[in-house]
Design a protein around this ligand. Structure first.
Ligand code: BG6
Ligand code: MG
Length: 225
């Protein structure tokens, strides 16, 4: 198998979802901000950076910690459900227009080049979102928040994605917009590519503001390197 991968030059390209493929990061932010403010906790964009890539449950734990608020299990669960309801309301009308610029161009190129493509997302809504934007069929494997027990920065989600597409971790490339995700990719021994702010994502091997900054030569370089 390994010999064959080298011969075919096949690599594994693993995409995060929120903030990489679709512009949902802003809706997660709005839903968390509303929840925090409703219970008297202030919530800034810089705090939100620490929630990107982080599971729903862990995100709420962090917000409550920041605000010094303790809740019983029942209230905690109620707030988690409320956050998801708000979030789903924000994305209700989502369609292909919400796919971030040049994502389709990169996916099409990788498919045309016979590369393996996987999704590695913390979101439990990932499959329905991919369906809403008609991208589900572009992926050879989808690993999401329903498939993992450990949240990024734990590498579990990416290791499972690599295993699902049958590519060794060191032959995988991860596209991520969150610091936790970049750390997860680095721990998994994968090439980490940050999509977003250079300072926030400085632990990534490469950083691009978005996919429009990434030309096909770079993708070709990733396939060959
Ligand atoms: C990640 C987002 O992709 O998924 C986080 O960056 C979010 O903001 C997490 O909390 C879990 O998503 P969901 O859809 O299961 O609440
Ligand atoms: Mg993300």
């Amino acid at each position: 198998m390994f010999q064959q991968e080298i011969f075919m030059g096949k690599k594994g390209f693993i995409f995060d979802l929120d903030g990489v493929i679709v512009d949902t990061a802003k809706y997660h932010y709005l839903a968390w901000k509303k929840l925090a403010n409703d219970i008297g906790i202030s919530f800034s964009e810089s705090q939100n950076e620490h929630l990107k890539g982080v599971s729903r449950i862990r995100s709420l734990e962090k917000i409550l910690d920041w605000g010094g608020v303790r809740l019983n299990q029942e209230d905690f669960n109620e707030l988690m459900a409320k956050k998801n309801e708000d979030y789903l309301r924000y994305i209700k009308t989502m369609n292909e227009n919400e796919i971030l610029p040049d994502v389709k161009k990169i996916l099409n190129y990788l498919t045309q080049k016979g590369q393996a493509i996987a999704l590695g997302s913390a979101s439990k809504n990932a499959r329905s979102i991919l369906s809403m934007v008609s991208l589900k069929d572009e992926f050879d494997a989808i690993i999401d928040g329903n498939d993992v027990t450990k949240a990024k920065p734990d590498p579990e989600v990416f290791l499972k994605a690599a295993s699902a597409i049958n590519i060794k971790p060191e032959r995988c490339i991860v596209f991520e917009d969150s610091l936790a995700g970049i750390q997860a990719a680095n721990t998994a021994n994968m090439v980490s590519i940050g999509i977003g702010d250079k300072d926030t994502l400085k632990e990534a091997e490469y950083v691009f503001k978005d996919f429009t900054e990434m030309d096909i030569d770079f993708i070709e370089f990733l396939i060959e390197r």
